[in-house]
Ligand binder design. Structure first.
Ligand code: TRP
Length: 452
């Protein structure tokens, strides 16, 4: 592509697919249901909805608008918009923190997604066909204790991510998401119907939607806000770089609302796919990692057509993970392509291989290095803490503050041209006051807490 030219998504739909694909990931499908379960069920769900639409959507609008205004990879886009507003270049640090944070998240995301691929393969071949609870945990234990298995599967997953990103916006990302997102929705809808039919639907509905306010703690509030942020892919440059590809005539606020609604819809559907089975087979709902990897194979082993349903479920997770991981590689790849002599292909390969190599540290945290502990725990614990608890909330906070206070008002007004003056005033009030206060609170509450 010609030097200096900046690619755009080929349509509004392509952008929405890509952004929904980024948002919907491992976070929605195993983390959301379990956190909902631990946090008072319906009470957590209600809070989560308030945070997604009250805080997540304004920050997403800010991040997308900042990206589109900047028209460059995150560090340069942010620095450019800052200097055009007469502000210091140092604002560009937001973009730097973002590409580094996304790179780190990608490194361990690939390890977990690799585990999911291994479960897909083992369900398909029948290796998990007759497991009971003990055999299933043993299977997970064996996988986790094998560095080569974890590293090998993570390599396989990383290859897919690199392959897609190397092919660029049109040939790679757009093609992948327009193919994979419909598959994901069909698989998920099929599983929900199946699960509600054969499982304990009423227990699941009650668990997810009847608020038990007495179980609600301050921790849950913080947790719900953090989950809303992670789930919407905010604060790490993903939405900055995806925003830089949005054509001028696409309404950013409308898109953000659609993305948030789809992301939330998938999280709720994932709950409806998982919990009827959990209750039907008398399983413990509150176990994060275990819920998907230890518990569900037992249910699939007992259920009629379990091999197909189980393979479909893990395929769903892999698909969701791929459309998220490409959005984690893209910020760094776009930066390398822009600032170095690398072609897009070598930029994607370099960043992808780098993330894979860093991910080895996370894979070894389950086995050979499980005793190597410093600061917050294992290598994986530290990388998770650094991104989830520090870079993400701070990134979101500074994006809100920058768009609310530092960037010229006319720039934001121009990017958000499709909304009324009243709507624009409301958005500005949110990013100037409400979001910074809420994000400062979550940041302070998260500091010092491990949560993976
Ligand atoms: N939202 C994705 C999920 O729920 C993960 C993700 C992709 C992400 N890109 C991101 C999280 C950027 C934070 C920032 O699994």
């Amino acid at each position: 592509m010609a030097a200096g030219a900046h690619e755009n998504w080929s349509s509004r739909a392509a952008f929405i697919f890509a952004a929904v694909g980024s948002a919907v990931g491992l976070g929605n499908i195993w983390k959301f249901p379990y956190e909902a379960g631990e946090g008072g069920g319906g009470a957590f769900v209600l809070l989560y909805l308030i945070f997604v639409f009250g805080i997540g959507v304004p920050v997403m609008i800010a991040e997308l608008a900042l990206g589109r205004r900047g028209q460059l990879s995150p560090p340069n886009a942010v620095a450019k918009v800052a200097s055009e507003s007469g502000r210091p270049h140092a604002w560009g640090l937001i973009g730097w923190a973002g590409i580094i944070g996304a790179f780190i998240v990608l490194s361990f995301y690939s390890v977990i997604a690799g585990i999911t691929m291994s479960y897909m393969a083992n369900t398909l071949t029948g290796a998990l066909a007759n497991v009971d609870a003990a055999a299933s945990s043993e299977h997970f234990g064996e996988l986790a204790s094998s560095p080569w298995a974890l590293i090998g599967w993570s390599a396989a997953f990383s290859l897919i991510t690199v392959f897609v990103v190397a092919r660029g916006i049109h040939g790679g990302l757009e093609k992948a998401v327009t193919l994979l997102m419909p598959i994901l929705f069909v698989l998920l809808a099929g599983l929900v119907v199946y699960s509600l039919t054969i499982g304990d639907a009423s227990a699941a509905l009650e668990f997810l939607f009847r608020p038990k306010w007495e179980d609600l703690t301050g921790d849950t509030v913080v947790q719900a806000l953090g989950q809303a942020f992670f789930s919407l892919s905010l604060g790490l440059g993903t939405m900055l770089v995806y925003g830089s590809y949005i054509p001028r005539d696409v309404s950013i606020p409308r898109s953000a609302i659609i993305i948030a609604a789809a992301d939330t819809g998938v999280a709720l559907l994932a709950g409806l796919a998982i919990f009827p089975i959990v209750f039907q087979y008398g399983m413990e709902p509150a176990q994060s990692f275990g819920l998907v990897f230890n518990v569900l194979p037992v249910a699939f082993a007992q259920m009629p057509g379990g091999i197909i349903v189980g393979t479909g479920f893990f395929l769903l997770l892999v698909v969701a993970a791929v459309t998220s991981s490409i959005s984690l590689l893209e910020p760094m790849a776009a930066f390398l392509e822009e600032k170095t002599a690398f072609t897009r292909r070598s930029a994607a390969v370099t960043a992808g291989v780098g993330a894979f190599v860093l991910g080895i540290g996370s894979a070894l945290s389950f086995n050979a290095w499980s005793d190597v502990k410093f600061l917050k725990g294992t290598v994986l614990d530290n990388l998770d803490f650094l991104t989830n608890n520090l870079i993400m909330p701070l990134g979101g906070l500074f994006i809100a503050v920058m768009m609310g206070w530092a960037v010229k008002r006319e720039f934001s007004r121009d990017e958000l041209h499709s909304i009324t003056n009243g709507q624009f005033a409301l958005w500005r009030f949110m990013v100037r006051y409400v979001c910074p206060v809420a994000l400062t609170l979550i940041f302070l509450a998260f500091a010092g807490v491990i949560n993976f």
